[in-house]
Ligand binder design. Structure first.
Ligand SMILES: [Zn+2]
Length: 135
């Protein structure tokens, strides 16, 4: 069997790191393991972190999962169908990571207090309390 190791350059939208990772493209996508190849540039948040790749990847996945959860859960904020949702114009969450790398999601008045509570509970269960803040 020929193993094809590919390298992909990744610039996450959650920080300004630039990381090359490698993966074996002979494996099905759900079995692929992404391995750090090289951190080309670490952002301020990840410069002193032992494993910048794992940390940046976790933060990126936490953001993606959280926004996906909002789309799945609240039909009023989205357009599209189950094949792919996106946020309606004006319904997009504002999100950012705090200095301590808590993901802060600002839904403004687009969700009610009760809806935000439901979302908080879901995200606390998924990531642990204090990882995502919904405002
Ligand atoms: Zn970074």
């Amino acid at each position: 069997m020929i193993i094809m190791i590919r390298t992909t350059r990744w610039r996450p939208d959650t920080c300004s790191c630039e990381i090359d990772y490698s993966w074996d493209d002979s494996l099905p996508l759900d079995q692929v393991i992404f391995k750090l190849h090289k951190v080309n540039r670490a952002c301020n948040a990840h410069a002193g972190v032992t494993d910048a790749f794992v940390t940046a990847l976790e933060e990126n996945q936490r953001k993606n999962y959280s926004l996906g959860e909002i789309l799945d859960r609240f039909s009023k904020v989205r357009i599209g169908d189950s094949a792919g949702y996106s946020f309606k114009i004006g319904m997009e969450p504002k999100w950012a990571f705090t200095v301590s790398r808590v993901l802060q999601i600002d839904m403004g008045n687009n969700l009610t207090g009760a809806e935000k509570n439901t979302l908080r509970t879901t995200l606390n269960t998924r990531f642990g309390v204090g990882k995502v803040q919904v405002i």
